[in-house]
Design a protein around this ligand. Sequence first.
Ligand code: DQA
Length: 147
Amino acid sequence: PVIYVLNGPNLNLLGKRQPHIYGGKTLADVETEVRGLASELGFDIRFHQSNREYEIIDWIHEAREDGAAVVINPAAFTHTSVAILDALNAFEGPVIEIHISNVHQRESFRHHSFVSLRADGIIVGMGTDGYLLALRGAISRLNAQRS
Ligand code: DQA
């Protein structure tokens, strides 16, 4: 079984970008951790980041073909993208939304998420450890769907 871990705009700068908010680990560090846990648990990972909305949409379409689960940090697209919500609505597998920071403690424009309308679970404010929590959540949802 496959899990897509999708990352939106500016997350390529993780570790360098506002480390007081997003922590010191790079996205490559996060990818290594996610792959480590996934291989322990017997899952394959497709790990992607893009600053372009259409690429994220295309990966969600790919996940749909693969019968996968999706872990997604849509970054700023969380708050703006009906198109990503629509792509997720066309996808039948588990969706776990993750935000590194506690968006509810921040500017009010970060309090609304289009993606939350579709997410089966949401991890917020747990730092980059949130990716591992989201991965475990996606796997338990996938297992529940299969049994
Ligand atoms: C974020 C929170 C978003 O509001 C922000 O635009 C990001 C990252 C997070 O992981 O905390 O880029 O999704």
